[in-house]
Design a protein around this ligand. Structure first.
Ligand code: HDD
Length: 718
């Protein structure tokens, strides 16, 4: 029996199998045994010698040390012990919220001096560049969940200014679910997987979530936002970001101006449709991170402008809502946005864990010239983030990690703790002290130090909420009426979908009651979509709903479309015999537009074009479904069409592009394939024949509309 376990060969021959011949030779002759930093020659060129954490060169990384070829492992194998020990400790707790994220480096550039409104160093000079790190995220899902979950996106920006780190820890939605941070664990518990069963993952379409929402009318405004297409963005590059809370800017004279922060994407906003989102999650769960990675790696650096909404106490007093209430926004039409600089992401991380995973944002990280407001959600956040960082990163010295450390000089008197690798030098570790010069250490500076705005604050200690926070429906309604009819349809569909996954009928009905209060037509549509047997009574608002708030066109995605294909990607389905001239004209036109493309072929090895040249493909047909592209073109030959017609993946490619209202360019040979997929070209302005090379550029121009919404009339709303 024992013998059967022996797979032929001596230990030395096994070693030889798993090493390259060069390594094998070097290991045998001892040339591999060099110190850290030295190199040795292998097939790939000069590489550093592998060492242990102690710097001891490793001779054999394929086999543990054994007593006899088939005997037990020796305890003294320090390399084995250390390698496994370290591996076993690789994981740190994922973020309790926003676990799944993706980050990149860049810079912020100030357009003009804002010294009249803030003394913040980064805003003093036109052209000042401040290094930045941004992490985008979803909220509810685990670290390994899919990118296209319907969810709020985190938009956290760390600005390494010359007077310390400033973090704007925002979202892609300008309001939040709750008004008081005490409720944060509740909303998050309700949104995440249900605790008894451990599912559903990364989705709010379940009883607990809608139970909580329907019992907390303050969530209603945000509920409308999360059921809109904002929560299924096409990519991070096409979404807005918001600081959400009201903050203060303080100038050198101590004058305060209220401010709300906005990030405006240069490429405009764009979202996918729900059915597309569901399919993207299967086809490429990393769709968003891959998009950002690809864009930056190819030099197409994503850009946002920082916008400020500036207002004073007088505006705050006369505004219909409380500027300290994070469930409310200030319409851009009331306070226009002043664009004061640009954020450019131009460098991917070197290492995901070291940078994206270990970056620690904190709303408390603000710099002189910026200050908090009394928004109770913000006040609570300020208290919370440090706990999370300590839990995740395990030591109060997480601030010294390169991704978290300021890029300006910093001198604290803090010391020791786990992983204290930057303890202060000198004798003094307290102040005041009698030691002068370098021995005396850093001192406080009333002139340069952070000045808190001397706002007067007084009142009775109490648990409770201001009356000014009591209107929960008016802005929800305003958001809804600010949407285009198509977007209103999407909101109604999203509510219907999510509530159809809620098993408790009473929760469905309670939610519909709120929607009836927001907008009767919306509530009725959802009730009918759910086929509720009885339409419930509209919910009773604590304050009458203000129906006269003017629509805010700035809140619509479609109403603010970029009408450009820049930064977007076309999927071009090709077969052997693809018209070489047309293909070139199309890819040239895309390049001209600033768009990219992927060639999708029956086999990833590529196709032979009509001129006999070989064209490499990017994707095999079932690896490149049309949901991954903004528009598609079908450039197949007659023979190609005949063989592709029976491919289910080809039919899906076209049927999905059609159902998702995408622009489809085709050559006449492709008509039978289109027909088989149920794509009706006749009378559809989004399906454009590419007879010859001249048609390529106009087709690309037509694609600027991004979707052919007219098609909705002939197909069911996807
Ligand atoms: Fe939060 C992370 C944004 C309310 C407590 N939050 C976190 C991240 C973002 C936000 C973008 C991820 C940062 C990263 O990429 O590492 N959070 C928001 C916004 C809120 C908000 C826009 C409302 C306006 N958050 C909020 C409240 C609390 C927290 C009210 C608690 C009182 N948030 C946390 C946290 C996290 C966090 C538990 C988890 C991971 C982390 O901090 O670093 O402390």
């Amino acid at each position: 029996m024992a013998k059967t376990g022996k797979r032929g060969g001596s230990p030395s021959s096994k070693t030889a199998q798993s090493r390259t011949p060069t390594q094998d030779r070097k290991a045998r002759n001892g040339l591999g045994q060099r110190g850290r930093g030295e190199t040795h020659q292998v097939a790939g060129g000069d590489v550093p010698v592998l060492t242990t954490q102690q710097g001891i060169p490793v001779a054999d990384d394929q086999n543990s040390l054994k007593i006899g070829a088939r005997g037990p492992t020796a305890l003294e194998d320090f390399h084995f012990r250390e390698k496994l020990f370290h591996f076993d400790h690789e994981r740190i707790p994922e973020r309790v919220v926003h676990a799944r994220g993706f980050g990149a480096h860049g810079f912020f550039e100030t357009y003009e001096s804002l010294s009249d409104i803030t003394r913040a160093h980064l805003f003093q000079r036109k052209g000042e560049r401040t290094p930045a790190f941004v992490r985008f995220s979803t909220v509810a899902g685990n670290k390994g969940s899919a990118d296209l979950a319907r969810d709020v996106r985190g938009f956290a920006v760390k600005l390494y200014t010359q007077e310390g780190n400033w973090d704007i820890v925002g979202n892609n939605i300008p309001v939040f679910f709750i008004q008081d941070a005490l409720k944060f664990p509740d909303i998050i518990h309700a949104a995440k997987d249900e605790p008894d069963r451990g599912f559903p993952q990364a989705q709010t379409a379940h009883d607990n979530f809608w139970d909580f929402i329907s019992l907390n009318p303050e969530t209603m405004h945000m509920a409308l936002w999360i059921m809109s297409d904002r929560t299924i963005p096409r990519s991070f590059r096409f979404m807005e970001g918001f600081g959400v809370h009201t903050f203060r800017l303080i100038n050198a004279e101590g004058k305060s101006t209220f401010v709300k922060f906005h990030w405006k994407p240069k490429l405009g906003m764009q979202s996918v449709v729900w059915n597309e989102a569901v399919k993207i999650n299967g086809a490429d769960p990393d769709f968003h991170r891959r998009d950002l990675w690809d864009a930056i790696q190819s030099g197409d650096f994503p850009e946002w402008e920082l916008g400020l909404q500036l207002f004073d106490e007088a505006f705050a007093d006369r505004f219909a809502f409380d500027v300290l209430d994070a469930t409310k926004l200030i319409p851009e039409e009331d306070i226009p946005i002043r664009r004061v600089g640009r954020l450019v992401l131009d460098r991917c991380v070197d290492n995901f864990f070291a940078e994206t995973e270990q970056v620690a944002f904190c709303t408390q990280n603000i710099v002189p010239g910026i200050d908090f407001s009394n928004d109770p959600l913000l006040q609570g956040r300020n208290f919370s983030y440090l706990d999370t960082q300590l839990k995740r990163l395990g030591s109060p010295n997480f601030t010294f990690l390169p991704i978290n450390a300021p890029k300006c000089p910093f001198h604290t008197l803090q010391q020791d703790g786990h992983m204290a690798f930057v303890n202060p030098k000198g004798r003094a570790n307290y102040e005041p002290n009698s030691w002068g010069g370098a021995q005396g250490g850093p001192r406080e500076s009333p002139e340069r130090g952070f000045p808190s705005y001397p706002e007067e604050a007084a009142g009775h200690k109490q648990r409770g909420r201001s009356e000014t926070f009591a209107d929960h429906y008016s802005q929800a309604r305003q958001f809804y009426v600010s949407q285009t009819p198509i977007e209103q349809g999407h909101i109604a569909s999203a509510f219907t979908f999510e509530l159809s996954k809620v098993e408790t009928i009473a929760i469905r009905a309670r939610m519909v009651a709120h929607l009836l209060t927001v907008d009767e037509a919306l509530g009725t549509t959802v009730a009918q979509g759910l086929r509720l047997k009885e339409i419930p009574q509209a919910a009773q608002p604590a304050k009458p709903v203000e129906t006269s708030l003017a629509p805010s066109p700035a809140l619509s995605i479609l109403g603010n479309g970029p009408r450009s294909l820049k930064g977007r990607r076309m999927g071009i389905l090709v077969s052997d015999g693809v018209d070489a001239k047309l293909l070139k004209a199309l890819t040239d036109a895309l390049a001209q537009e600033g768009a990219t493309f992927r060639l999708v072929a029956p086999m990833v090895g590529g196709v032979e074009a009509s001129d006999g040249r070989w064209v490499d493909a990017h994707e095999k047909i079932d690896g490149g479904p049309s949901v991954l592209f903004d528009a598609v073109a079908v450039l197949v030959s007659d023979d190609g069409a005949t063989s592709l017609m029976s491919e289910p993946a080809v039919r899906d490619f076209l049927a999905d592009a059609y159902a998702h209202l995408k622009f489809i360019g085709y050559v006449s040979s492709a008509l039978p394939v289109l027909d088989k997929a149920g794509v009706r070209a006749a009378g559809d302005g989004g399906i454009i024949e590419l007879g010859n090379a001249k048609n390529a550029a106009p087709f690309v121009q037509a694609c600027r509309a991004l979707r052919y919404w007219e098609r909705l009339k002939t197909i069911k709303n996807p």
